[in-house]
Design a protein. Structure first.
Length: 260
């Protein structure tokens, strides 16, 4: 077993040398879709994975059963106090959080003229505000250790207009701006912050999209196979790894070439 995959919580010296602390990662929205694929990939890579869910407890239980080392925690991103509480619970149970994947989000398609204030606030508060609060909760520990990595999961809707996704696209575009600014703030402390920008991925969330919105997202794809949740998970795993040690403040599109 390599130093990257060892999960001992002790830091003492032994005959075989120093034991390393566990690599703990927090993945929000890890119970289904892209988040589930990310949890499965990181668990397979040897991470000790804490993942959050909001309502679907059954799916969360399935993920934890199928991915050894993955532990579910309930998180409602609409509650401003919840991210700090979950971070504290994860670190008390699993160890210091070394990486964060802001994946959880909500999506509703509605023309702007038909978008009420409540829907607008929900999209911004959960998709952007939730990522902000989760990052804020993990940063003190990362700053103290002068090491860490954050990956934010945005959307192709942040880069190109899709009718009916003004609120969703605005929240995801804000996430890209947050990524760049936070990378500038934390780089000197050896904390990397990047984003992945998935194209259209068939998940439970995208199942609610109108056919014309799906066509708009897919019409510019270069690769006929499109993009899968596993493709996005591979990109997240790379950005969290030492192979990406010189990469920060970047937005990696995983979209079958739709943004080319």
């Amino acid at each position: 077993m390599t130093a990257e995959t060892r999960v001992s919580t002790e830091a003492d010296e032994s005959a075989s040398g120093p034991r390393v602390a566990p690599r703990v990662v927090l993945v929000t929205g890890g119970g289904r879709g892209i988040g589930r694929a990310i949890v499965e990939r990181l668990a397979a890579d040897g991470w000790r994975v804490a993942f959050t869910y909001c309502r679907d407890e059954e799916s969360a239980r399935e993920v934890s059963e199928e991915s050894p080392g993955a532990r579910p925690f309930r998180l409602d991103l609409a509650d401003p106090a919840a991210p700090k509480e979950v971070v504290d619970a994860v670190e008390a149970e699993l160890g210091e959080i070394r990486a964060l994947v802001n994946n959880a989000g909500v999506q509703a398609s509605r023309l702007l003229a038909m978008t009420g204030d409540d829907l607008w606030r929900e999209q911004l508060e959960v998709n952007l505000g939730g990522a902000f609060r989760c990052a804020r909760a993990v940063l003190p520990g990362m700053t103290r250790r002068r090491a860490g990595a954050i990956v934010n999961v945005s959307s192709l809707s942040a880069l190109r207009g899709v009718a009916g996704q003004s609120a969703y696209g605005a929240s995801k575009a804000g996430l890209l701006a947050l990524t760049r600014s936070l990378a500038r703030e934390m780089g000197r402390r050896n904390i990397r912050v990047n984003a992945v920008v998935p194209g259209f991925v068939a998940t439970g969330m995208t199942a609610a999209l109108p056919a014309d919105a799906v066509a708009a997202l897919r019409q510019a794809e270069c690769l006929p196979a499109g993009t899968t949740a596993a493709d996005v998970a591979d990109a997240v795993a790379f950005l969290l790894s030492d192979r990406a040690s010189a990469i920060t403040g970047q937005c990696l599109c995983v979209d079958a070439g739709a943004s080319a």
